[in-house]
Design a protein around this ligand. Structure first.
Ligand code: DC
Length: 223
């Protein structure tokens, strides 16, 4: 394998990107960058400061001012010195992250930070625009997807494990509305990069998805 490849994984909410990215990191020793956590971190800061996520100017300023750091393995997001842990994993923060991610100023601020982080290579990154905007030259680009029902069910299982009481219909409704916004926003919507490999994860274990990614990575980086 090339010493410091970049693997970029895009896909809709609940497709299993985080689980798979984390496992690829464990197998390869590459570092992980969860770009969605950064949008969620800005949404968390907006709640903290009681700011309206629909306000493009305010959100752009926030995205430029807030200090976002990842610490530890697995990485935890630290926002202005506060370890936000699972507080950024609620449906409300997810929706607000999706809303503020529509503002071009926010995207520019976060994409610039993400590109600085991965500059020297050696990362697995996941998000909605990492194959198209953040790392268009990544050695391997994956578009990971599954049906809305399957993705909703997975997100629901995860939230149950964290003790959250959202119902399955609530979580599916959340996935549908985030899909709509993430696919249709004007600036860098979620889309399939020309040279991305589509992996439909229905019926596949995370291990099987990771095996497929490792096979592809070896092919791409051994030439
Ligand atoms: O991957 P996630 O569920 O943590 O992402 C939360 C929201 O952040 C998602 O609905 C849209 C936005 N996002 C984005 O616009 N671009 C990214 N690269 C990652 C996330």
């Amino acid at each position: 394998m090339k010493p410091r490849p970049v693997i970029a994984i895009d896909g809709p909410a609940g497709a299993g990107k985080s689980t798979v990215a984390r496992m690829v990191c464990q197998r390869t020793g590459l570092a992980m960058l969860d770009t969605g956590a950064m949008y969620r971190g800005i949404a968390w800061a907006a709640h903290r400061d009681k700011l309206d996520v629909a306000d493009a100017g305010l959100m752009t300023r926030l995205a430029n001012e807030v200090d976002l750091q990842f610490q530890g393995i697995p990485a935890r997001l630290v926002v202005d010195g506060v370890d936000v842990g699972d507080e950024i994993r609620t449906l409300e923060i997810g929706q607000d992250a999706s809303r503020l991610s529509e503002h071009s100023g926010v995207r520019q601020a976060l994409v610039a930070q993400q590109q600085r982080i991965i500059e020297a290579g050696g990362f697995v990154l996941e998000g909605r625009d990492v194959t198209t905007v953040v790392a268009p030259k990544a050695e391997l680009k994956i578009f990971l997807t599954a049906s809305v029902e399957e993705r909703g069910r997975r997100r629901w299982e995860e939230s149950k494990a964290r003790g959250v009481t959202d119902t399955l219909p609530m979580v599916i409704k959340d996935v549908i509305s985030r899909d709509y916004r993430d696919y249709t926003r004007a600036d860098s919507p979620l889309m399939l990069a020309e040279d991305a490999v589509i992996i439909e994860s229905f019926g596949l274990t995370p291990e099987a998805v990771v095996d497929r990614i490792m096979e592809l990575l070896l092919k791409r980086t051994s030439v």
